[in-house]
Write a protein that binds this ligand. Sequence first.
Ligand code: HBI
Length: 98
Amino acid sequence: MSRDRLTEDQITAGLADLPDWQREGDSIARTAETASFPTAIRVVDAVAAEAERLDHHPDIDIRWRTLRFVLSTHSAGGLTPLDLQLAGFIDRTLATTT
Ligand code: HBI
């Protein structure tokens, strides 16, 4: 997966498929409520494994049942396809983890 920065049009197109994510400058972010603190940790654990697999890591804020993820490609100084790919994985994990 490329670490080349996305164009504005590519970012707009990518975010159309990620309606729970917001653009925050050179990052994208989403917040999610989980059913319980252990559920939140299970989500974070699954995301951590995928982040390691991709060698691409989100900023994660954990506050009881509330998770906030922030994605950006630090080495590119902006958004790359890796950010969109991991955002999609995070969405799917949130939707399927109990
Ligand atoms: N995660 N979000 C993000 N951005 C990076 O540039 C990055 C990373 N995880 C590991 C990583 N880069 C390594 O490939 C080295 O570039 C540090």
